[in-house]
Design a protein around this ligand. Structure first.
Ligand code: 13P
Ligand code: SF4
Length: 334
């Protein structure tokens, strides 16, 4: 076996192909060339590094990315995001090659909801409609009735007849926020996002006092105390749109720092301050999202590995609740 094939064979264990691109290469130009040659599309989440966002064909929130994945005609989808997002793209596109620059890019919400315990949880609440946040594994999606994202969760919950009871998993903060918003009683799975749960309420209050004109905007994955003092709550796309439309000039941003790149790009005269976390670190980076780098993205598309593969029975079962979500979102104009 030559060195390259040996390395490719190791990817399963390692999560990515451990090859450094030639330092002299212009990776932006190379990626543009490769995309054309291979009829590939790069879909990137707002939490990716600025370089990755700049080379992507589409940047969006989880709903936007799923909608793009559903309609793309490209032969290869390179998903610059985390594992569950690439899985969703594969579930929607069984005939296409879906690549993820680093297979280890997981999610604390998906990790906190495993099929065995979830089956036991479901058994405790028979006759409940199961709505699962898209931040979960394909196995959990296969055990769900409808999927939602943070931008359509209220619409998805409202689409369930009032006389039906609902399980909402795996994010308890988003679940609590949506229960309040819709007035529905939701049985919540106890999961959280490791990035959004660490914002410090105390430090945000102090920061607000220091910047009295700044609006505090937050993602619904944040803790209830933090959401209670937010001027606006929304998905990453919702937050970005808010900053673009608002006449305000200063914003304290309660979500992962990657989004600040697009905020600053769309409103160059406005100021964006990352909300402070409850630890000594000055950053709110998602360690999973940030496993992807421009170098890994290039190597991944060049050698078409690592590729996301899914057992067909799980894929087929997970497809239905995703399709339901996309259909309901369309009905609501989302
Ligand atoms: P959205 O981009 O859908 O708001 O999700 C945020 C998130 O945490 C993704 O992992
Ligand atoms: Fe998961 Fe939170 Fe990272 Fe999003 S930001 S991928 S929800 S850990």
């Amino acid at each position: 076996m030559d060195v390259l094939n040996k390395k490719i064979a190791e990817v399963g264990l390692k999560g990515f192909l451990d090859i450094e691109p030639e330092p002299s290469l212009d990776l932006f130009a190379e990626l543009r060339k490769l995309k054309k040659e291979k009829n590939a599309i790069i879909l990137a989440h707002y939490y990716q590094d600025a370089d990755i966002q700049d080379v992507a064909d589409y940047i969006g929130d989880s709903l936007g990315l799923a909608q793009q994945a559903e309609k793309t005609e490209a032969s290869i989808i390179v998903f610059a995001g985390v594992h569950f997002m690439a899985e969703t793209a594969k579930i929607l596109n069984p005939g296409k090659k879906v690549l993820l620059p680093d297979l280890r890019a997981g999610c604390s919400l998906a990790d906190a909801c495993k099929p065995g315990p979830f089956a036991e949880f479901k058994a405790k609440y028979p006759n409940h409609v199961v709505i699962s946040y898209v931040n979960c594994s394909a196995e959990i999606k296969a055990m769900s009735d409808i999927i939602c994202t943070s931008s359509n969760a209220a619409a998805i919950v409202n689409s369930v007849p009032k006389d039906k009871k609902i399980i909402f998993a795996p994010d308890r903060n988003l679940g609590r926020f949506i229960a309040e918003k819709t007035g529905r009683d939701l049985v919540l799975w106890n999961g959280t996002c490791m990035v959004h749960e660490i914002f410090s309420l105390e430090k945000i209050i102090k920061l607000k006092a220091k910047h009295p004109k700044a609006k505090f905007i937050a993602h619904p994955e944040c803790e209830p105390g933090v959401l209670a003092i937010a001027d606006f709550i929304g998905s990453t796309t919702g937050l970005l749109n808010y900053t673009m439309k608002s006449p305000d000039m200063e914003f304290i941003v309660g979500t992962e720092t990657g989004i600040l790149h697009q905020m600053a790009k769309s409103s160059p005269n406005k100021t964006f301050i990352p909300a402070p976390p409850d630890n000594s670190c000055a950053c709110n980076d998602c360690p999973h999202m940030k496993l992807n780098t421009l170098e890994k993205l290039y190597i991944c598309l060049k050698y078409e590995t690592p590729e996301l593969v899914l057992p067909e029975d799980i894929r087929v079962k997970a497809l239905l609740p995703i399709k339901r979500m996309l259909e309901i979102s369309k009905q609501y104009g989302l």
